[in-house]
Design a protein around this ligand. Structure first.
Ligand SMILES: [Cu+2]
Length: 179
């Protein structure tokens, strides 16, 4: 029964993917945790997704794209101050530093979901795929929180944001409006 332990581990890993993927997934030192979106009442066709990206010590990477079967188009966005006005701007990528916790959150970096195929309903799950330069694609299920939520369900505390200083918004893109 030498392989029993390995087999058990494999089964546990599979079970983990099936059930825990909603909350956290790791690939090559990059972990995506607690993905969430907000309900889109009133026929809105644009939504936003938020999550935490953690890199292990010794791991640097870049979030280079995102997609979702629920949306026709998905972009990586950040907020910048334009004078006194905070504006959303599309960015090419999000740089992930060594051993960093990078939080995508309202009024900060976020994943923008355009052309939603149906409204996001509170309590449902939305599939999200994030593609990293080195870690490849990590797929998760984002929870749909109430329309005005400021954080994921059961996580009133957002993890600390220390060391988050990717101030260089690579804003090669023009601002565009979200209708
Ligand atoms: Cu946006």
């Amino acid at each position: 029964m030498r392989n029993f332990g390995i087999l058990t581990a494999a089964v546990l890993v599979l079970a983990g993917i099936a059930t825990a993927s909603a909350h956290e997934a790791t690939n090559k030192g990059v972990t995506v945790a607690h993905p969430w979106t907000r309900a889109t009442p009133g026929g809105a066709t644009v939504g936003a997704a938020f999550l935490e990206i953690k890199t292990d010590k010794g791991t640097t990477d870049k979030l280079i794209s995102a997609s979702s079967p629920a949306a026709g188009r998905v972009e990586i966005h950040t907020h910048i101050m334009d004078g006194d006005v905070m504006k959303m701007r599309r960015v090419e990528a999000i740089d992930l530093k060594d051993g960093e916790s990078h939080i995508l959150k309202p009024m900060g970096d976020h994943i923008m979901l355009f052309d939603l195929k149906q409204p996001l309903k509170e309590g449902e799950l939305v599939k999200l795929e994030l593609t990293f330069e080195k870690a490849g694609t990590i797929a998760l299920d984002a929870t749909v929180e109430p329309a005005g939520a400021l954080g994921p369900h059961g996580m009133d505390h957002q993890p600390g944001n220390e060391g988050h200083d990717h101030g260089d918004a690579k804003s090669g893109h023009d601002h565009h409006d979200h209708k």
